[in-house]
Design a protein around this ligand. Sequence first.
Ligand code: PAF
Length: 299
Amino acid sequence: MRFIVFGAGALGSLFGGLLSRHHDVLLVGRKEHLSAVAKRGLTIEGITSGVFRPDTEWDGSSYDMVLLTTKAYDTERAAREILATFGKMPVLSLQNGIGNEEVLADVFGREQVMGGVTSHGATFVENGRIYHAGTGETLIGMLDGRTPDMLKKTADAFNRCGIPTTITSHIQREIWKKTMVNAAINGLTSILRCRNGFLLENEHASHLLERVCSECSAIARAAHMDIGEDITEKTREVARNTAENISSMLQDILKGKKTEVDEIHGAFAAVARVHGISAPINEFLAQAIRAMENVRHLG
Ligand code: PAF
């Protein structure tokens, strides 16, 4: 298959590199990263190790689908750019947060949009070099639960390249679950400035984790989203498996970058409002993290 990876940061480059084992891959991303890849190849260290050679310049030929791995706040801009440059095509979002697929459906049409969640973790080392930090399953699915050929081909293509992938007819549920886990881990580690594992070790932090999870579960119930498992337990398990990680949101804050707060806490607070319930913890985390994006630190 022929893939475009749009938003080739750490995760996008990981998928692009792995897929380039057996498929044509075009990376689209920051100029400096892409010119390093063009010169020396894409180096992946950690769980995967090797130098991969995805394309970094478009020669005008057509592609089968786009893998979207930009930050969630860039979804609409990215979708319009893809449409203007490459035309209408199938798109798979592997982004964080709730609502990306709806934005994509408005631009590309619902039948072209796939959602995905992945347990792979990657960090950016330097231009042309990434670190493959965590592995696990990738789930992909259509918004309406159908299993068209395009979805099957994509899963086969991923599996063939060492990205274990399963098709689900409940991708929205998986996206909600992942976002609930992110709301607890990313939000709390950001305001506490701690590694993920601290949320299990410290009794106060652990209590906060339970409170975020139970508020998110109440929002899911109000929205008739059947989560099908205890999200507090799931969140503890993820925190345990990623105990040494600095969450992506805290990394953004530490680098003075914009976070995905609006697509995580902001999104839960908005869904709660639509269903007439209150979401004080998500509202608080949303405001606190937006303030942290702008604060000038003393000393
Ligand atoms: O956003 C993140 O950092 C990750 O999704 C997770 C699972 C919380 C681990 O750090």
